[in-house]
Write a protein that binds this ligand. Structure first.
Ligand code: HEM
Length: 398
């Protein structure tokens, strides 16, 4: 699928190459979740069916298919079965966690006990990565909404999946600069990271086509709740946070965010995020390496690095604008949210402050403006750096 296809109403967008990935074993719940669940949830929303009736129907299905307390089955199919169970469970979220059916909760717990690597809640990895990989392999995608809305919801998931590799490329290019500062062409690596970030921003911009109404229709199925796990959110897309960590040292508020978030990132990324958090905190990051001269930037590279930080800010500003359109209640009408306003704010706000909790359970306004603020503050330091020619070796440049 190409980003241009996102939110264009295509019933069957191109899947692209599945890269020879073997088909995953099917989940016995797949036919119900893919073909029937959206209609069942729509019937509940329209008052044509009660949650109790839905529960009775789904519990009969669990019994018939044997997806209950006694778990055997294939480890390779386990993530997809878990995704199906959690789609069924999150269908009750609009009524609050007290509506969760016991047999569904038991089935989720039993599978986690049998396959401990499974996330016990709807995580970013299950909702986006497992769901979209299954679609790409030629299977189906799981959505909560019916009809045209379901296609938009599908594109919301696919768009996240499609965008992430660009942020990952930018991260890897910056890693290469830190790993071998004297062996790589720093300006070329920064250029490659910049171009990846432009692509990442362009993916994000496509989300401007998603209407507020459409987003708000399926968002309730993603939300966290008081005392429960955090909801599945772009805040747990790992490559963006890896990129930030390789670029600049974590601030105190960002450390708090990471403390609370680690378990919600995809499993593969957790050790990598921890590693980069530690490395970045002790100075192994591009901004500090450039400021103290470990990474030499001639005139060209220094300029590209500033463009690169701007490119990251651009992504976050586009994201902020789209979020403001989607969730106007989180922002005061006169909220000043230009780059200049954000840089002028008095440091970072409290990510755990009460207020409008986002899908991920953090204060939406604070998390999003902090993220822009940190980049702008780092940019200010870089912009003050005196020009340094590539021939400069060794001495203090700060
Ligand atoms: C309609 C589109 C979108 C809306 C309304 C939206 C909304 C939000 C909200 C409310 C948050 C704050 C945390 C939370 O409550 O979950 C957030 C965080 C975040 N979202 Fe999105 N999002 C959208 C699309 C995307 C896309 C497409 C990406 C990535 C390509 C993305 C990446 C992020 C990241 C990385 C964060 C954490 C803050 C940061 O590091 O910049 N979001 N989003």
């Amino acid at each position: 699928m190409q980003k241009e296809e996102l939110f264009s109403g295509l019933a069957a967008p191109s899947r692209g190459s599945a890269g020879g990935t073997p088909a995953s074993p099917p989940s016995p719940l797949g036919p119900y979740v893919v073909n029937q669940l959206p209609a069942d949830l729509a019937a509940v929303a329209r008052g044509l069916c009660t949650y109790e009736e839905l529960e009775a129907r789904q519990c009969r299905l669990l019994d018939t298919l044997g997806v209950g307390r006694h778990v055997d089955g294939d480890a390779a199919a386990a993530p997809l079965v878990q995704l199906d169970l959690l789609f069924m469970l999150n269908g009750y979220l609009p009524a609050g966690p007290s509506a969760f059916p016991g047999p569904l909760l038991d089935a989720v717990s039993a599978r986690c006990a049998r396959f401990p690597a499974l996330d016990p809640y709807m995580s970013y990895e299950l909702l986006i990565d497992v769901n979209c990989a299954e679609w790409q392999r030629g299977g189906d995608i799981r959505v909560f909404s019916e009809g045209r809305l379901g296609l938009l919801e599908r594109d919301f998931y696919l768009g996240h999946r499609l965008a992430e590799p660009a942020a990952r490329t930018a991260f890897e290019r910056l890693c290469a600069v830190l790993r071998e500062p004297d062996a790589v062409d720093t300006a070329a690596e920064f250029e490659a990271a910049l171009s990846a970030l432009e692509d990442f921003r362009a993916h994000m911009a496509r989300f401007g086509r998603l209407s507020r109404e459409a987003f708000r229709a399926f968002r309730p199925y993603h939300m966290g709740y008081q005392g429960g796990p955090r909801g599945a959110s772009g805040a747990f897309m790992p490559s963006v946070q890896l990129l930030e960590l390789v670029l600049l040292a974590p601030s105190r508020q960002y450390e708090r965010y990471l403390d609370q978030s680690l378990a919600y990132f995809p499993a593969w990324s957790r050790p990598l995020i921890s590693e980069w958090r530690e490395r970045s905190g002790r100075g192994d990051n591009v901004v500090e390496a450039v400021l103290d001269g470990r990474v030499k930037t001639g005139r060209g590279a220094a300029g590209v690095l500033l463009d690169l930080v701007d490119g990251f800010v651009d992504f976050r500003m586009v994201h902020l604008g789209i979020t403001r359109k989607a969730l106007p209640e989180v922002f005061a009408p006169d909220d000043a949210l230009t780059r200049r306003d954000i840089l002028a704010q008095d440091g970072e706000g409290d990510v755990l402050a009460d207020g409008e909790p986002g899908t991920s359970g953090f204060g939406v306004h604070t998390v999003l403006t902090n993220a822009v603020y940190r980049l702008l503050a780092a940019r200010r330091l870089l912009a003050e750096l005196p020009d340094r020619s590539p021939a400069d070796a060794g001495g203090s440049h700060v």
